[in-house]
Design a protein around this ligand. Sequence first.
Ligand SMILES: [Zn+2]
Length: 318
Amino acid sequence: MTRTDATARDTAAAVPAQRGVLTAEAWLQVASAAPGVLHIRPLTGEATASYAQRLANAYQLTLPQFLDGAGITLTDHGTLPAAELHLNHTAARNLTVLARTPLPHLTRALPRLSANDDAHSTEATAHYKRLEAGQQPVRACTLCTRHRSHNITDTAWVHRPPQRLMCPRHQQAAPDPRLTSTVHTHGVPELAAAHHTHQHLLRHPRATTAWTAARAITTRWYDHQQHLTHRWHPRLNQLCEANPHLTTTGSASPALLTRDLVTYPETVALARALATLPNRPHRTTNDALTLIACRLSLARLTPSPSDPLRLFLTHTHH
Ligand SMILES: [Zn+2]
């Protein structure tokens, strides 16, 4: 028996068999005081529902059972990534006991945990809230999740910022919430290189604006098959070959599901170029295009008058 199996067994032993008759207070005492109960640390940016589910797994309970045991009334149903779990203040406090982590630490890691409703309610309640497609969490790196879950699960969902598109250590990425498995990127080394460049870019004061503009521009180029298609097509094929699940997901085309990932190296290079362009009037649009072409390793870049890059260069003053 491995150490993990033994730990899981200890956890099971710590869970009282007659859960139905246990009061919330007694359960909280048992769970927090019991030796052998695992300390499950949250992932940075983890969805509240994901963290609560991993805790429930550690206690060998379903999520509703776990919340019930924590004295939290769950009022409806939902699933990740389309719906996120919202806890009121009292429920968040109860969660900290089972998580054995102080509330400020938890709210730093779980972006949706910060109590957004009645702080004075003494009843601990939780409900699911539907998320717009752009707000939905994505799958976290399975190996990072395993490490943070004492091997109990490799499934977690995170609300991730753009600079954490991929895990450079384990070469996994989750470019779209519709992907229920991560994308392995071993055969595409320029993605990890882009990740590192992106981290450097963050130090630049114009990083956020440059990133937003660059992403909008490369997304449009990708959708309209312009300028960089000769690089994006082979990269898409490489990712599809290494990740058969991309072609069988069904909900959307692989080209769409992986768009942010396929364009990532060029989006980072373009964002970096845009962030470091000289201010006007010390540059012309043509100078800027020459410099950007060079940064993108293109012989030339001659966008049409309606091209988003040309519009950006003509209409922004820095
Ligand atoms: Zn990882």
